[in-house]
Design a protein around this ligand. Sequence first.
Ligand code: C2O
Ligand code: CU
Ligand code: CU
Length: 493
Amino acid sequence: MLPKDSIVPLDSLRRLIVERADPVGGRCRYVAELRERRVAGPVLVAQPGDRIRTVIENRLPQPTTVHFHGLTLSETQDGAGFEPILPGESKALEFRVRNRAGLYWLHPHPHGFTAEQVHAGLVSLLVITDDEDAALDEALALAPGNRLALALADARVSNGIVRPYAPSAHDCLHGWFGNRALVNDALDARLPVAPGWVRLQLLNACNARGLLLAFRDGTTTVPFHLLGTDSGLLGAPVALDRVFLYSAERVDVAVDVSGRRELAAVSLAFDPRHQAHGAGIVHRHPARDGFPALAADTVCSQPTAGSRGEALPDGAELPLFTLDVGGATRGTPPSLPARLSDLAEAVVAADAPSRMLRLDFDEKRGFLIDGTPYSAEEIAFSVNRGAREVWEVRNSPISMPHPLHLHGFGFRVLRRRGTFGPARGLATESSGRLPTDLGIKDTVVVWPNETIWLAVDFSLPPDAAFHGRQRYMFHCHNLEHEDGMMMRNFSVL
Ligand code: C2O
Ligand code: CU
Ligand code: CU
C-alpha cells in the first residue's frame, strides 16, 4: 500500500483537510491530520466495525463534499452533493465501517464541480481488511511490499506538467481523456516488489477513460488472476490475461513476478464504441456561479475542441506503471487457494420487483438517465428498506460505455445481453457475464446496445437503521457525464 508513510488508520483521523496545493495549476490534495502528524495523500485503512470521528475542512475556493464511494452509510455520511461544504467551512463526520474487505475510495461529489475536483487530485484510497483478506495474503506468502493499492488516473501532461482541467464541448460529451497515467498521483510510477506473488488492488480513478488492464514483460503478455472486485473477494480466483476496469471500478489481482526483472502494467488498445456524436454540448451549472475554477482555465466553456490537443482517445494503448522486481528469489510461490471467500451466487426470488433504467443519448442534451436531466430536488423513485429488486439497465445502440454507479448499496450482476465489441470476447458464461461481474459491485459498465440485469439489495445491517428517509443517487461515473446531468436521486424509506 505504498508509500508506507502515507498509511493512516481511519479511526486515527482527526481532521481531513481538502486543500488546493497549487493555485496556478489547480492541483489539490487531501491532508490527513492525526494527533501528532499530517499526511498528504493518505491511504486510509480500516476493519469492519472501526469508527471514524473526524472533521472535514474545506480550504478550496469551491464547495466540496467527501463521498465514501462503495460504503453503506446514511445520507449525511455518504457525502453526496446534498449538503455541500462551502469554502472555509467544516463538517463533522462520524460513522462505523460496515462493508466487506476491499478497496473503497473517497472523492468530492459537489454537483457541477465533481469532475474538476477529482481530476485535480482529490482521490484517496480506503483499504478495508478482514480475516478472509488476511488469510489470502498469508496463502500467497506475500513478501513485505508486495501488496499495493493504486489509484490509476489519466491527465494531459506537457513538459512534465499536468495541464489544468478545461474541457471543451467534445470533452463534455465523451469525457476528459489524458495522455499519461498518474498512479497514486505520480507519473511514470515504478514500484519496487520482491519475487513471488504481487497483490494489486487497483482503482480506475480516471474521469472517463476505460482501462483494459494487462501485464507485459517485454512483448510477452503475462497472465494474472482476478481475486476480487469493487466490494471484495470473489468466491474463487479467475485466471485472465486482460480485464476491463471502467471509471470507479476496482479489481484485486494477483500476478506472479518470479523470474522477472520487471513487469509493465498497460491499458491495451481497444475499440470503446463511442458511437454518439453531438453538435457540442456545453454544460452550464448554475451551482458554479460565483465560484472560481481551481486553475486559470474555465470549465466547460470552450465551444471548440481547442483544449483537446494532447488527449489520447479512449481505448488508446496507455502505459500505466512498472513493477521493479528486486531481491532474492524465494523459490516457487505457493499455488493460489481454490476458494477465496464464502461469497455465493446471488439468489433472486421469482417475484422480485423489477425496475427498468434507460441510458439515453440526445443530440441536444447529451447523455441522460431515462431522458431526465439531474435535479437535486427530484426523487426518481423510493424503495423500502430491505427491498430486493432486479434492475434492467438498457444502454442505447448509439451510445458509449457508461459505468453506472449506485450509492449506498452493493449489487450483483445477473446477466448481460446484446454485448458487442471488445467486451463480448471476455464473456465466459452463458449469462453473458464477464469475470468482473462475479463479485459484489457498486459500479458496472454498460456497453452500447447492452441490457444488463442487476440484483440490488436494499437491506441494511441491523446497526445501520439510518432513521427516516435517506436519499442516495445513481449516476454514470464518467465524471463529465455525471456533472452533465446523467444522474438521478432515489430514496430509501
Ligand atoms: Cu464515486 Cu456518486 O460516486
Ligand atoms: Cu459513490
Ligand atoms: Cu456515461
